[in-house]
Design a protein around this ligand. Sequence first.
Ligand code: FES
Ligand code: FES
Length: 185
Amino acid sequence: MTANPASTELLVELTTTVNGEEVTATVPPRLHAADFLRSKLGLTGTHIGCEQGSCGMCTVVVDGEAVKSCLMLACQLDGRTVQTVESLATDDRLAPLQQAFKDAHALQCGFCTPGFLMTATALGYQGSCPSRAEIREEIAGVLCRCTGYENIVSAIENWFAGSAPPAADEAGDGATVVDVPGGVR
Ligand code: FES
Ligand code: FES
C-alpha cells in the first residue's frame, strides 16, 4: 500500500489482465471493480444500475465466471483475468453472440445487454450446451425492463446451436502490458 498525497487514504496497487492486456494501477481500497473498469480503464460498456448486486448490469467475466462487478473491489482483481463486453466485437464486426442477439431482436434500449452478453459468455465457458430452462436459470441474475426475456433466451440458445462458444483462454492469454498511472478519486 502507498499513501495518496491528496488525502490520508491508503492506495493499493493491483495488476490484472483485462481483455487480454495486463494493467497495473493504483486505486483506493474501497473502489469497486465496476467503477475501476469504467472510470479508470474507460470500459464504459460495463453498466451500473443498482450497485448492490440486484440488477446484473455490471456483469463481467472474471477467471471465466460471471461476476457482478459492483460487488467486487477493484483490488480483488489483482492477479485475475477480466473480460468485459468490449472484448467481444472485432473492430466493426460483431461477435457471434452479439450477432445472435441482433438477429433474435433480443434488445430494445440495450442497457442490460452487456450484462446478458457476459453472463452468456461465461455460460459458454462451461463447455456444455444448456437447455432453454438452464439458460433461463443462468441469466436470472440480470434484469431487463424492456424485452420480456423470451428473445434473450432465444438468442443465447441460437448461439449455442449455431456456433461453438469461445474457449476460456480467449479471455486473457497472450497479454500485452499497460501501466495506468495514479489513483482514481
Ligand atoms: S450494478 Fe451491479 S448488480 Fe446492479
Ligand atoms: S433492453 Fe432495455 S433493459 Fe433490457
